[in-house]
Design a protein around this ligand. Sequence first.
Ligand SMILES: Nc1ncnc2c1ncn2[C@@H]1O[C@H](COP(=O)(O)OP(=O)(O)OP(=O)(O)O)[C@@H](O)[C@H]1O
Length: 284
Amino acid sequence: MPSLLTMESPSSRPTTAPAIKANAPKSTPGPADRTIIDINHVDFFYGESQALHDISLQIPEKKVTAFIGPSGCGKSTLLRCLNRMNDLIDVARVANGSIKIHDIDIYQPDVDVIELRKRVGMVFQKSNPFPKSIYENITYGLRLQGVSNKAHLDEVVERSLRGAALWDEVKDRLHTSGLGLSGGQQQRLCIARAIAVEPEIILMDEPCSALDPIATAKVEELIHELKSKFTIVIVTHNMQQAARCSDRTAFFYLGKLIEYADTQTIFMNPGNPQTEAYVSGRFG
Ligand SMILES: Nc1ncnc2c1ncn2[C@@H]1O[C@H](COP(=O)(O)OP(=O)(O)OP(=O)(O)O)[C@@H](O)[C@H]1O
């Protein structure tokens, strides 16, 4: 098995295919985008219940891609497929199709799932700092990898906290508990913890749903900055947030991908009546 997710990929070639419309078999990024995640005809089940139906889409590198749709449409399920978080649920299984990252099928049995989750980090709806200091929260992943050089760890802590727009607020209290931060600061700490191990992709599952508007604005600004270095996939219920933050938007309904296009098209000129009804607030 080649080193996971580090190869140059033939599937990362530019593509010029247009936005997906309903019933289209495949949806692709815009012109000149490089694909990093290639989802092909995925069917997903929880036990006997099918949560995703024949999902195909390509997610571009170093862009923000938003998953939107009404509750229960499968957004989080698909997001969790991208770093195999669903493996932790007994009854969950990808029954058909493939998900490739840099052209490597991440569901092949020889894929190192720990390595995969290092490359594909995750930020959850509810911030979940460890009950440890801010410094230890950031260095946790690196220490697990055996990194112990203090100067290096110090540097990573500063770089990650700066990257998460939190450094100025916490630089004088690095050794106090992460749980002592405000909700918005805790979420940015979780983002700093995710970027400390230098993932390529960050999955965000409604990262602002527990935050007030000011903290939300800070995280949205941060998402915008992070895409210069990382590929971001975000699940959000907040359509203004998808419109503000993302480059590409995928609209799901009842476990199916209805439309996938650049965000402006989805919000200003959707090709499918269901998308239009949803983004204009007529259902969901
Ligand atoms: N652990 C689980 N076991 C069984 N069924 C599940 C599980 N998690 C989700 N489901 C079901 O799968 C379907 C898709 O759920 P999912 O959470 O992916 O939707 P969602 O679009 O993210 O919803 P929401 O916006 O409410 O978070 C739903 O019918 C849900 O009830």
